[in-house]
Ligand binder design. Structure first.
Ligand code: 6R9
Length: 662
């Protein structure tokens, strides 16, 4: 199939794999930070030695002598007798190395306000904030909840909490009062840091009122003693005397002297809640030394970071793991210069992101497939109006990237030449695990390809036996890794059951995967999204990828719906391209056409039972498609819990469109 402009040729061959590979170009390879393939086998000979070497890039107040302690699996300890201060590693040591004048953060507010903050300034602000938090009673071992917009004070707060040896629990600003309260209660946080509001879609999105509501729930009595409020949007807020304090009033009392102390490598750094298979969110606990080692190493190597010259931008919100590891800790530990943007991509127009790239000369850009597909839907004419020539590395995270989106990303955003690193990892893994190295890997669109040096992950069958090339199964991580989840906060049993019961002392990721004939890894989505149709194993991601190869389809979601004859049946939901809709007023018959198309692409077994054309797909606020809800629709069931949807109205629209078809 040839893309609109005829520049990319691709040949779907089998199960969503494509024949084409993209080797690094000679110029990129020559300058790349990692361009000697022996790194893989050297790390494989001695993974612990590899990570110990990487850990010495950090500044330790007390050097470690132990590397990994796995004497009590699945509870790992890394570098346990070493001590360090995470905040000092992200700040003071760069200033001490003479890099104080380097910009740490180019902040771009949604309304257009902008400020650039150097490492010296950021260090100064974090020290002041640490002094302020100390006087509010925060000490090592405490938990502090953050409910913040994407502003520099969010980064400052996280680093100030870390500096004191306390742990933060960042709750994404889109969560409800009820969800916020559940997380505050579970972590027993005594301080909440929030803002009056943040800007989203040209409007003020209030935050402090939600904190008030959260703290008033369940009769009011919570663990929270103080609420610190950053002024951002100047919306009306009520301040409760004795409990609530304005950041800008408090901070004036504190200067920038703060001597940080070292804490044990296994000191908790943060808790981040993520949804599991049951209703109660899991508090994923990450600690200090191992986490900082792996996030900084992967950030440098996977993005080929040159901190002196690169301008890095990760579009993730700090409320998610990607924001923790690749907005805050990875880039700052590496002394990188980065962009932080407060708002949404379409504000005030769909050109906003590209304008920001042009303005700051962004050279490394990291975003999610769902965003790329949104831009594809709008059309390449928007990014084409901007100068994106500074881009040299592109990253993808969050879900499998379909080859069609991969090619568009490379062609339209990466000038047809930027390597794309498709990074597989999870809240639980803390840092990237499977990803290409851009100076070495012959890239395959849609595949995350190989475990990073020092990581041993593979595909196993249900009994835990490794599968051969060409076969599918479950993704397992065979050895402990430095940034791994240490436990589920307050629930060691659930930690064991969820990740370790299935394969003993190996980690069960919950993702399906297959190895292609070359031994490259293809992630196939959550195992709950793997369908079994007439005894054949089919991946939702694979069929979605096929559908998106069709000229009419912008985005698709596939579910396995219960079927009396075949066990499960494939049901597809498709959003059409704007360009297709302009040319076709009538979409009658397109559903049949798409069924046949999938049959042709993958095989008759994969042909969807139903294809529904819908205006939108249900997504969480972090952009993940909620297939569970689509499955309910496909099975004619009552629709389940929609509380984590970004737009709860979307389900009734979809249902109307589907019923209209039945
Ligand atoms: C970082 C992050 C984790 C789940 C994971 C998998 C999916 C993430 C992916 C990917 C295929 C990739 N996932 N990256 N699937 N290719 N490059 O997203 O963490 O929010 O915890 O989600 O996301 O299914 O299990 P988290």
């Amino acid at each position: 199939m040839t893309e609109q402009n005829g520049t990319i040729e691709s040949h779907p061959v089998h199960h969503g794999e494509v024949a084409e590979t993209y080797p690094p170009n000679a110029e990129f390879k020559a300058q790349a930070r990692v361009n000697d393939p022996s790194v893989y086998w050297r790390a494989a000979q001695d993974p612990e030695g590899y990570w110990a070497d990487e850990a010495t890039n950090l500044q330790w107040t007390k050097p470690f002598t132990e590397i990994l302690d796995w004497s009590n699996p699945p509870f790992a300890k890394w570098f346990a007798d070493g001590e360090l201060n995470v905040s000092v590693n992200c700040l003071d040591r760069h200033v001490a190395a003479g890099l104080g004048d380097r910009v740490a953060i180019h902040f771009e507010g949604e309304p257009g306000d902008a400020r650039s903050i150097t490492y010296a300034e950021l260090t100064h602000e974090v020290k002041r904030a640490a002094n302020m938090l100390t006087s509010l009673g925060v000490t090592a071992g405490d938990r502090v909840a953050l409910y913040m917009p994407m502003i520099p004070e969010t980064v400052i707060s996280m680093l100030a909490v870390a500096r004191l040896g306390a742990a933060h629990s960042v709750v994404f600003g889109g969560f409800s009062a009820e969800s916020l309260r559940a997380r505050i209660d579970d972590a027993e946080a005594e301080l909440v840091i929030t803002a009056d509001g943040g800007y989203r879609k040209s409007r003020v999105s209030a935050l402090k009122p939600t904190v008030d509501d959260a703290l008033a729930l369940h009769g009011g009595g919570s663990t929270v003693q103080k609420v610190l409020v950053v002024e951002r949007t100047k919306n009306d807020v009520t301040m409760e005397p004795g409990r609530d304090l304005w950041w800008h009033e408090e901070i004036t009392a504190y200067d920038g002297d703060h001597e940080a102390q070292g804490f044990p490598a296994e000191n908790p750094l943060f808790i981040l809640y993520t949804s599991g298979t049951t209703g109660k969110p899991k508090g994923i606990l990450h600690t200090s030394g191992g986490y900082l080692t792996q996030v900084s190493t992967t950030h440098r190597n996977v993005f080929d970071l040159k901190p002196e010259t690169d301008v890095y931008w990760c579009t993730a919100d700090i409320g998610w793991i990607t924001g923790h590891s690749y907005v805050v800790y990875g880039p700052l530990a590496n002394g990188a210069t980065q962009v932080i943007y407060e708002g949404t991509p379409e504000t005030p127009t769909w050109g906003r992101w590209w304008e920001i790239i042009q303005k700051y000369g962004v050279s490394i850009f990291y975003t999610a497939p769902t965003a790329i597909r949104s831009f594809m839907k709008i059309g390449r004419q928007v990014p084409e109006q901007y100068d994106l020539s500074s881009i040299r590395v592109l990253g993808s995270v969050g879900e499998p990237i379909n080859p069609e989106a991969w090619r568009w990303y490379r062609e339209v955003i990466g000038a047809g030449s930027a390597p794309i690193v498709d990074t597989w990892w999870q809240t639980e893994t803390g840092a990237m695990m499977i990803a290409p190295l851009p100076g070495l890997t012959h890239l395959k669109p849609g595949s995350a390809q190989a475990p990073l040096p020092g990581i041993s992950a593979t595909v196993a069958d249900d009994d835990g036996n490794p599968v051969s090339n060409g076969q599918g199964g479950l993704l397992v991580v065979q050895r402990p890794w430095p940034a791994m989840v240490r436990t589920i906060w307050g629930d060691d049993e659930r930690f064991k059951e969820t990740y370790w019961e299935k394969f003993g002392d190996r980690y069960f990721a919950g993702d399906g995967a297959r190895l292609d004939e070359d031994g490259d890894l293809w992630l196939l989505g959550r195992v709950d999204d793997v369908m079994n149709v007439s005894g054949h194993r089919l991946s939702t991601a694979e069929i979605e990828s096929a559908l998106i190869e069709n000229h009419a389809v912008a985005e698709s979601a596939v579910v396995g719906a219960d079927d009396p004859t075949t066990g499960q049946a494939v049901v597809a939901f498709c959003v059409l391209k704007e360009s297709y809709l302009t040319d076709h007023v009538n979409t009658e018959g397109l559903d049949q056409e798409l069924r046949v198309f999938v049959g042709k692409q993958i095989g008759a077994i994969a042909r969807p039972r139903n294809v529904y054309i819908v205006a939108e797909l249900p997504k969480t606020r972090s952009g993940k498609i909620m297939r569970r809800l689509l499955k309910d629709i496909a099975e004619g069931k009552e629709i389940g819990d929609t509380s984590t949807l970004a737009d709860t109205m979307v389900m009734s629209t979809i249902q109307d469109q589907v019923i209209g078809k039945k």
